[in-house]
Design a protein around this ligand. Structure first.
Ligand code: AMP
Ligand code: ZN
Length: 466
């Protein structure tokens, strides 16, 4: 079965391959750096990480650009309140965002680009749109006249026929019911930061930044553009109007939108105040891998209802996976290779891959892995699983982990390394041989204190992180 995705533009599930057959040119809307990102934002970024990894697993190269929105209404308001320059204010949150993505093991895009470093290009783009008759000016601000663009509404499937011509909005975010001419360039206002440019003093609207940076680095037609579902309107609709207005060519072939993470029925959002940051959760002792697992486990087009129980269940699932891995790595199995078990491993891999090919159905992909683990564990208990089958099991686990990336425990900076654990285990064995059980117990206690559990089995000592 080919790799397939649901395209918001066509409202259909379509086969996917990049235009040039090799490299996926992909743009994703990054964070607005006016605060720490919350785990709702991180759900969207985790989906994009799984997407990246699966595209690569399917043999494609990636050219992925993500923007950092570092000039915007909310940023300006907060920076001014704190008497800081835009850059001073946003640098902290940009850095925090990068740290959070590392904690969650999200791969870095090939390019991370800041809006404030592309003001000249935005001014040029607005000039092109004006030359083509898509804009008008009012009080020094420049607006996009949506009635000039025949395709307006095609992404969000909005009927714009009744929309009042000439009515406009200045804010960056608004609802579908308020579809209006939107602002490309905002005239300088009071003490707000501004750029002195040939289209006048002011600052760009939010939508133009993504059109400009996407096309600068990826060309006029992208393979994929992704973001959370709330961005489909107006942000992405406006991006299409701007980009296609400028080039007359299709801007994006495949539009992917991830559903929201919700809490008690409501979208998690900074404005509602119902949010957790990643730091809130890790400070409470939740492992980053459990958070990553939870965010990735619900298929991206379904709402994810966030609960602490869900997070604890994710940690339990990871324990099952790691315990199985530990068994494969440390248990002594009878020699030989059981072909039936090899076939079971191949079937699991196939089911895993088929599920991800099917619009990234992560829930089914995980189910394939857990059913396999259940069967393999029983085969181990009954002695059917042979030494030669370890390679089959490891093939399944490593394919799984190349996408989900939760098997290795995060070691806190103050934590203990694998090599140190091994050295302690060696010392403990020597102590036991010398019948120094006091020292042996001390080592076990010290390791436990540092998050490492030892298990004495008939085949020797196994250990794992708590
Ligand atoms: P922002 O920083 O608000 O521009 O959002 C960054 C990304 O997070 C965008 O792709 C949003 O669509 C997405 N996002 C915002 N809130 C949520 C949520 N509750 N669940 C999932 N994604 C979200
Ligand atoms: Zn964007």
């Amino acid at each position: 079965m080919p790799l397939r995705f649901y395209n918001t533009l066509t409202q259909e599930v379509e086969d996917f391959a990049p235009m040039d057959g090799r490299t996926v040119r992909m743009y994703t809307c990054g964070p607005t750096v006016y605060h720490y990102v919350h785990i709702g934002n991180l759900r969207t970024f985790t989906f994009q990480d799984i997407l990246r990894r699966w595209l690569r697993a399917r043999g494609f190269q990636l050219n992925h650009v993500m923007n950092i929105t570092d000039v915007e209404d909310k940023i300006i308001r907060s920076a001014m309140q704190q008497g800081k320059s835009l850059n001073e204010y946003t640098a902290v949150y940009e850095q925090a965002f990068i740290e959070d993505t590392k904690t969650l093991r999200l791969e870095a895009p090939e390019r991370l680009v800041r809006a404030t470093e592309h003001i000249d290009e935005m001014v040029e783009a607005i000039g092109t749109l004006s030359d083509k008759g898509f804009t008008y000016e009012s009080d020094g601000s420049i607006y996009y006249r949506i009635s000039k663009f025949a395709g307006y509404g095609k992404l969000s499937h909005l009927d714009v026929s009744g929309i009042m011509a000439g009515a406009r909005v200045d804010v960056d975010e608004y609802e579908k019911a308020d579809a209006r001419d939107f602002v490309l360039w905002k005239a300088r206002k009071g003490d707000e930061p501004f750029w002195d440019t040939k289209i006048g003093p002011g600052r760009p609207g939010w939508h133009i930044e993504c059109s400009v940076m996407a096309m600068k680095y990826l060309g006029e037609t992208l393979d994929i553009h992704a973001g959370g579902i709330d961005l489909a309107f107006p942000h992405h609709e406006n991006e299409i109007a701007q980009s296609e207005g400028m080039t007359g060519k299709q801007f994006v072939r495949l539009w992917l939108h991830s559903e929201h993470l919700i809490v008690e029925g409501q979208k998690m959002s900074k404005s509602l105040g119902n949010f957790f940051t990643l730091r809130d959760l890790t400070e409470q002792g939740y492992q980053p891998e459990a958070i990553r697992y939870l965010l990735a486990s619900v298929p991206y087009r379904k709402k994810l209802n966030f609960t602490m129980d869900g997070l604890r269940a994710a940690a339990t699932s990871i324990d099952r996976l790691r315990n199985f891995k530990l068994r494969v790595d440390t248990e002594k199995f009878a020699d030989g290779h059981n072909e039936a078990i090899a076939a079971r491993s191949r079937a699991a891999l196939e089911q895993f891959e088929k599920s991800l090919d099917d619009d990234l159905n992560t829930a089914e992909a995980l189910a394939a892995i857990f059913e396999y683990i259940r069967d393999a564990n029983s085969a181990m208990d009954s002695g059917e699983f042979r030494g030669g089958n370890c390679a089959d099991a490891n093939a399944v686990l490593s394919r799984f982990d190349s996408i989900f990336d939760v098997l290795t425990a995060t070691v806190a900076e103050s934590g203990i390394s694998d090599a140190e654990v091994d050295a302690f285990i060696k010392e403990r064995q020597d102590a036991r041989k010398a019948r120094n059980f006091k020292r042996s117990d001390e080592i076990r206690a010290e390791l436990l204190e540092r998050g490492v559990v030892l298990e004495d089995t008939k085949e020797g000592v196994r250990w794992k992180r708590k």
